[in-house]
Write a protein that binds this ligand. Sequence first.
Ligand SMILES: Nc1ncnc2c1ncn2[C@@H]1O[C@H](COP(=O)(O)OP(=O)(O)OP(=O)(O)O)[C@@H](O)[C@H]1O
Length: 270
Amino acid sequence: MIRFQEVGKTYPDGTIAVENFSYEVREGRIVALVGASGSGKTTLLRMVNRMVEPTSGSVWVDGRNVSDVDRVQLRRSIGYVLQAGGLLPHRTIIDNVATVPLLNGEPKKKARRAAEELLERVGLEVGMGKRYPAQLSGGQQQRVGVARALAADPKVLLMDEPFGAVDPIVRKELQVELRRLQAELGKTVILVTHDVDEAFNVGHDVVLLAKGGEIVQSGTPEEILSSPKDQYVRQFIGADRAERQFTIEEINGQRLIFDGDGRPAGILQQ
Ligand SMILES: Nc1ncnc2c1ncn2[C@@H]1O[C@H](COP(=O)(O)OP(=O)(O)OP(=O)(O)O)[C@@H](O)[C@H]1O
């Protein structure tokens, strides 16, 4: 449903951010792009909604080359979640969530009612809608960011380090909630992260990138964890650390991860 076809991006100053990247994101999946800083993750993500134009190749969403779609229309039809929520500070939470539907011409009352429902969906109380972003915790702001991205009911959600600014416990909670929400709503999600644990926790598929957007390995978390392709991947995913010598077993219909000492280390969500 989202297809990167031999895309490349060389920025005007000559920096080659992405050289020749091809990948297909299947509908209704969460794909995590993970890699070191500067490997081209954000550049790739932004090519989907034309915040970055490729200098070679093409990106296709639902069978349409995005370069043929009006930029404003495209951006409003694709949800985008940024680190720290990217909320408008002088607007209330409810108005932040309702921004795109209002821009799309929805009547104010209807847009606000839909925004309230979305707040509940992402686990916030409706009463919070009256507050301003600065009156919310980092984790709450992130939830609002997700609600806002969902407001126009997009089929595709792009998330750039969405949980980068929150503490590890809240981060874990938000990761679990994202999986729940995605299962409920069936969106196709591309998530950019430099945190390999996050990629494995959240992604149905994981794409491990090196400089220039080179795909080092891609596959399900199980595939990568159980057979890292080479020493680089082993190092990147920490497979040499005892706690990362994972095995995966299915117990009572759930896939559990066990670490090198045989302790359960987590659950892979369906
Ligand atoms: N507007 C720009 N002009 C010039 N070079 C850029 C621009 N944006 C990004 N780059 C360069 O392109 C390369 C890839 O950047 P990108 O932001 O896509 O990587 P990333 O993997 O998302 O990195 P990070 O994890 O640090 O956000 C980097 O070397 C970066 O410095």
